[in-house]
Design a protein around this ligand. Structure first.
Ligand code: SAM
Length: 261
């Protein structure tokens, strides 16, 4: 997988890409990350990449020419190969989520365009980008952090990038629901005890407990995910159990006073 990032602040990428899994993935040749200074593709001697908005209004807007030039130089023409995604980072794009990361991880090359100021001339979204992606409903100062988010989320899905590939398959969202709670040593920290079941050695029981906890948390904080998740019979039975327990707690039944350990 090759990532090309177009930015006016190439230096911002120095730290975050040089640690842990992203560094190892580069060292092992699983990914290549090329950071390009958008100003190198400006057409005037002042290396201007922005201009005032037509129609008036505050701030500056990224001009189309340097961005079209940069992308067309990278792909060697005007047509974007099917295995390449040209991604404009923008709060007006589709919101990024794990399924999107999975889709992008099957491409060979991602070109990420980082906006700044008031944004990017609309012709880039309409006639150059294959995807317009937002990382959430809030406004950041630039597309650099969103680009790093995408590089990170996509890289950890690539074969060989994680030490234990199984952990990517079990993460929150991978199965449509949140991950189960994790605990490590000590088993008793200031009187806060790890649930007994995890120390029992009963693998089937531990699996059932973990699945129940994952469903319980998803139901509590992200019920929207449950509506779309692929749940089997066992999951539905667990959910019924959780809901029944919650209902009796609301009715004040003392036997269900505490959430299950
Ligand atoms: N005026 C724009 C609007 O309201 O849509 C916001 C421009 S924002 C200050 C500058 C740049 O930051 C954008 O062009 C985009 O590249 C990036 N950006 C800001 N928030 C983002 C988000 N939630 N997701 C992805 N990119 C974002």
């Amino acid at each position: 997988m090759r990532f090309d990032v177009l930015t006016i602040f190439p230096g911002m990428f120095r730290g975050p890409l040089e640690y842990s899994i992203l560094k190892r993935a580069q060292d092992q040749g699983i990914i290549q990350i090329h950071i390009h200074d958008l100003r190198d593709y400006a057409t005037d001697k002042h290396r201007m990449v922005d201009d005032r908005p037509f129609g008036g209004g505050a701030g500056m807007v990224f001009k189309p020419e340097p961005i079209f030039r940069a992308v067309e130089t990278l792909i060697g023409g005007r047509s974007v190969p099917a295995s390449t995604a040209v991604i404009l980072l923008s709060p007006q794009g589709r919101v990024f989520h794990q399924r999107e990361a999975e889709r992008l991880s099957r491409m060979e090359r991602l070109i990420l365009i980082c906006g700044r100021y008031e944004g990017v001339d609309e012709r880039v979204a309409e006639h150059l980008a294959t995807d317009e992606i937002s990382i959430g409903d809030y406004i950041l100062t630039g597309g650099e952090i969103p680009a790093m988010v995408i590089i990170d989320a996509v890289t950890r899905l690539l074969p060989g990038a994680l030490g234990h590939h199984a952990s990517a398959q079990r993460d929150s969202f991978a199965e449509g629901i949140l991950d189960y709670p994790q605990y490590t040593r000590p088993a008793d920290f200031r009187g806060l005890k790890v649930p007994d079941i995890l120390l029992s050695g009963h693998h089937a029981e531990i699996e059932r407990w973990r699945r129940r906890k994952a469903l319980e948390k998803t139901l509590r904080v992200r019920p929207d995910l449950l509506a779309r998740a692929h749940l089997d019979e066992r999951d539905r039975a667990l959910l019924d159990e959780i809901k029944a327990e919650q209902a009796s707690r609301r009715r004040g039944d003392p036997s269900t006073d505490k959430p299950t350990a």
